[in-house]
Design a protein around this ligand. Structure first.
Ligand SMILES: [Zn+2]
Length: 377
């Protein structure tokens, strides 16, 4: 029998908090690989998750804005749900909105909100159900979504401030404390899930991945009170903790992309990519996990900055391309660029654009290649 797959998304989980979290660091510790520099295609949920499940950037699949979930091209791109379902996995998801994951090929699909359901007990019930399937020799895929951070920020930040509220950006300490309270709740949720995975004995037979879809701004950069407006580190750097009993504990600090996880999981499960579909943007991380030091790939991110509008735009207008050490940001809405030396300037305060650095040209060329493949016009 193949291993089962459990994805647990901590929506809006910051990588700095995850690195310091003993609960996350000890989650399946002996057999988990922690990725501390994973870059999403988009710093907001729906496009981030569609890119994850398809291993491909939204500017090729069609899901490139808040408005484009239903435009995902299922004819050309196969999702991990499609693959697993076809391989006789029972597929089940619980998500806070049906915009963030297609219903296609899910045997069971729930839309739950923390405000009307207790996620812990609901997810426990789903885990029990999966356990029964395992006992009857049936593989499963389960996606669990912890939306508590997202909902807390929505109620206390998104509704009270705009991306340009001085009051928000002046109160960094308050922002940090508010976020940390929400993050602690997420940790309690994970602690509970961990106990249930022990109780149901699901570790040995499953790949279990805890990850965040995007980060969360705490007022680092004026113009973004939460996420989705800009391409700075606070929102485009995320974490993945990849557990499987056949892996040895490790931390991978070099850059990977969220689009790399779908091909990684498929290779791990020995499921071949279907060549009738478009090639992926992601590559399997198994060589990296197995210390084979493959060359690093460029990570591409784009988002629609709403600027002074209440709604995000229909096309991305703020884009970035990144290596472990450098990032080029292209602000198409005002025709400016920024270049940062992430290694020596992690707060991205010293813009090195037009200072004659060779890396600027290298990143710009890669940026243009990605634009050429884009279906957005
Ligand atoms: Zn999210």
């Amino acid at each position: 029998m193949k291993k089962n797959l459990i994805l647990i998304c901590i929506d809006g989980g910051r990588v700095d908090r995850a690195k310091n979290s003993s609960i996350i660091q000890n989650f399946g510790k002996e057999h988990s690989v922690f990725f501390s520099q994973s870059i999403p295609y988009a710093p907001y949920t729906n496009s981030a998750l569609y890119a994850l499940i398809s291993g491909s950037y939204g500017n090729r699949t069609g899901c490139y804005s808040y408005w484009h979930s239903h435009k995902f091209n299922h004819v050309k791109f196969k999702t991990i749900i499609d693959y697993l379902h076809e391989n006789n996995f029972y597929t089940c998801a619980d998500v806070p909105s049906d915009l963030i994951m297609p219903r296609r090929n899910f045997d069971e699909y729930y839309v739950s909100d923390e405000s009307n359901i207790n996620l812990k007990t609901h997810h426990y019930k789903l885990l029990c159900k999966m356990k029964k399937l395992v006992d009857s020799k049936q593989n499963f895929f389960l996606h669990l979504h912890y939306s508590g951070i997202h909902e807390g920020i929505r109620d206390s930040v998104l509704k009270s401030f705009t991306n340009f509220s001085d009051e928000y950006f002046k109160n960094r300490k308050q922002n940090e404390e508010r976020y940390d309270r929400l993050f602690t709740d997420a940790e309690k949720y994970l602690e509970y899930i961990q106990q249930k995975l022990d109780e149901l004995n699901l570790w040995e037979n499953s790949i279990i991945i805890i990850f965040s879809d995007h980060g969360m701004s705490l007022g680092e950069k004026f113009g973004e009170r939460a996420y989705g407006a800009l391409c700075y580190e606070s929102t485009i750097n995320t974490f993945y903790s990849y557990f499987s009993s056949d892996l040895k504990h490790n931390e991978i600090t070099s850059q990977v992309r969220s689009v790399d996880f779908m091909p990684t999981i498929l290779e791990h499960l020995e499921i071949k990519l279907d060549t009738n579909f478009e090639p992926l943007d992601g590559v399997s991380l198994l060589p990296l996990i197995n210390n084979q030091n493959p060359k690093e790939n460029f990570a591409y991110t784009e988002t629609g900055n709403p600027l002074n509008s209440k709604m995000p735009p229909k096309k991305p207008n703020t884009k970035s391309i990144r290596t472990s050490e450098w990032k080029l940001i292209v602000n198409e809405h005002n025709n400016t660029k920024e270049l940062y030396d992430l290694k020596h300037d992690s707060l991205e305060e010293n813009n090195l654009i037009n200072t004659g650095l060779e890396i600027e040209n290298i990143l710009w060329k890669e940026f243009l290649k990605i634009q050429e493949r884009s279906i957005i016009n």
